[in-house]
Design a protein around this ligand. Structure first.
Ligand SMILES: NC(=O)c1ccc[n+]([C@@H]2O[C@H](COP(=O)([O-])OP(=O)(O)OC[C@H]3O[C@@H](n4cnc5c(N)ncnc54)[C@H](OP(=O)(O)O)[C@@H]3O)[C@@H](O)[C@H]2O)c1
Length: 240
């Protein structure tokens, strides 16, 4: 059955592919982007009937508030799913010993504070669907945020600020999932794979199309037992 989705970071990469595949399935999609006017590939998907472009910078509280108000005008009945996808990597820190404060604060602002603020703003629209209805919040994390797996995937921590931000995001997701379970929410973290996007780089082995296909299969089939979990793009459970 078609549902109503809000996706952040929809201008390019995984976010754009989420919009494409969700629209192809006949869903109503609010594609949130910092600068939707400059996002040419996104503009091609927008029809203002089922796919809407919404201006939203996840680090700007005013922008988040305006975006939630605009979505609420188009979807007065509420939304079914929030996908917290917007995220950044980068920075100059190459090890935890040399971690730069500015990298930590900048990356945290988007990957943790942004997700928390966006979720707070859109929660009332999800709750509007009522207790009987299953609501979902999918949070795009990374295997680099798994404390248990870090020794296998990046033992020296070459992107320390990013890894720490995704571990913090996972803790946020876990606590949120505990508290929202009683309201019939399913909240979990997803590792999209190492995907060929601007962030993942040219050598990444996974195509965005395959990552999103797998993540949507998991999202659509997720039930209460998946609440508070961490899964890769093929639906395999990952340790925190
Ligand atoms: N690619 C991978 O291999 C990989 C692996 C693990 C996890 N992830 C996670 O997957 C998510 C998507 O990554 P990606 O590979 O698609 O990265 P990407 O190609 O760099 O795209 C990032 C997206 O996030 C948006 N964004 C960044 N900061 C934002 C802000 N403050 N407000 C609104 N939008 C913002 C960007 O918008 P602009 O166009 O405006 O910059 C862009 O749409 C991220 O959370 C990332 O950490 C990716």
């Amino acid at each position: 059955m078609p549902s109503t989705y809000v996706v952040t970071g929809a201008s390019r990469g995984l976010g754009l592919e989420f919009i494409k595949q969700l629209a192809e399935k006949g869903n109503t999609v609010f594609a949130c982007a910092r600068n939707p006017g400059n996002a040419d590939k996104l503009k091609q998907l927008v029809d203002d009937k089922h796919v809407f472009a919404i201006k939203l910078d996840t680090t700007d509280p005013e922008s988040i508030k305006s975006a939630a108000e605009e979505v609420s005008k188009h979807a007065p009945q509420g939304i079914d799913v929030l996908i917290n996808n917007a995220g950044i990597g980068g920075g100059n820190s190459k090890s935890p010993e040399t971690l730069l404060e500015e990298d930590l604060t900048t990356i945290f602002q988007t990957n943790v504070v942004g997700v928390s603020n966006v979720t707070k703003a859109f929660l009332p629209l999800l709750q509007k669907r009522g207790q009987e209805h299953v609501k979902k919040i999918l949070n795009i994390s990374s295997i680099l945020g798994s404390i248990e797996l870090i020794n296998q995937v990046s033992p020296t921590g070459s992107q320390p600020a990013y890894n720490i931000s995704k571990a913090a995001l996972n803790m946020y997701v876990k606590m949120l999932s505990n508290n929202l379970a009683k309201e019939n929410f399913i909240v979990y973290s997803s590792h999209p794979g190492w995907v060929r996007t601007d962030l993942g780089g040219e050598s990444a082995p996974v195509e965005a199309e395959d990552s999103i296909k797998g993540q949507l299969a998991k999202l659509e089939s997720a039930t209460a037992k998946d609440n508070g979990g961490f899964f890769d793009f093929q639906g395999k459970a990952l340790p925190w």
